[in-house]
Design a protein around this ligand. Structure first.
Ligand SMILES: [Zn+2]
Ligand SMILES: [Zn+2]
Length: 150
């Protein structure tokens, strides 16, 4: 296994942390594990998860770890309009998200055609575009079923 194919969803948490040049601490490891279990978690949700495995962890150290990870490129932060920022380990693949407007469920959506067609807008206004973030909003299957049942 080489560094370039190290998958954040598979590799050992300590390895991932070291790879981006950060010191491995118990709270940081727990934060990586929490995001692996539950991608697209808010900082508060990560904290709730971490406090079950490393009870002495403060919310501040969770926020710090997430900030350090985001700066180092280990986690991606997505910021759906009007909702708390969400964190995930899946980085650098320009994937998108579909979010339920009723319950807030989030799923990953790969780019539709191989090489990120969303990076080619109808008019880029002369910008050199390097990232496109698309958020699809709608009802998840269970909320849609609940809505049609009532
Ligand atoms: Zn829903
Ligand atoms: Zn995602």
């Amino acid at each position: 296994m080489t560094d370039t194919i190290l998958d954040a969803r598979e590799a050992d948490a300590a390895t991932l942390i070291r790879r981006v040049g950060l010191r491995v601490t118990e709270p940081r490891r727990a934060v990586v594990e929490a995001l692996r279990d539950k991608p697209h978690s808010s900082a508060d949700a990560v904290y709730r998860e971490v406090s079950t495995t490393v009870p002495q962890t403060s919310i501040q150290s969770v926020y710090n770890a997430l900030g350090d990870f985001a700066d180092a490129g280990l986690v991606r932060r997505i910021e759906p309009a009007g909702r708390p920022g969400l964190f995930e380990l899946r980085v650098d693949d320009n994937h998108h998200h579909v979010i339920c407007t009723a319950c807030g469920a989030v799923e990953d959506v790969d780019c539709a055609i191989g090489d990120a067609p969303c990076l080619t807008p109808s008019d880029a206004h002369g910008f050199a575009v390097h990232t496109a973030e698309v958020t699809y909003w709608g009802l998840c299957p269970s909320c849609a079923a609940a809505a049609s049942a009532s």
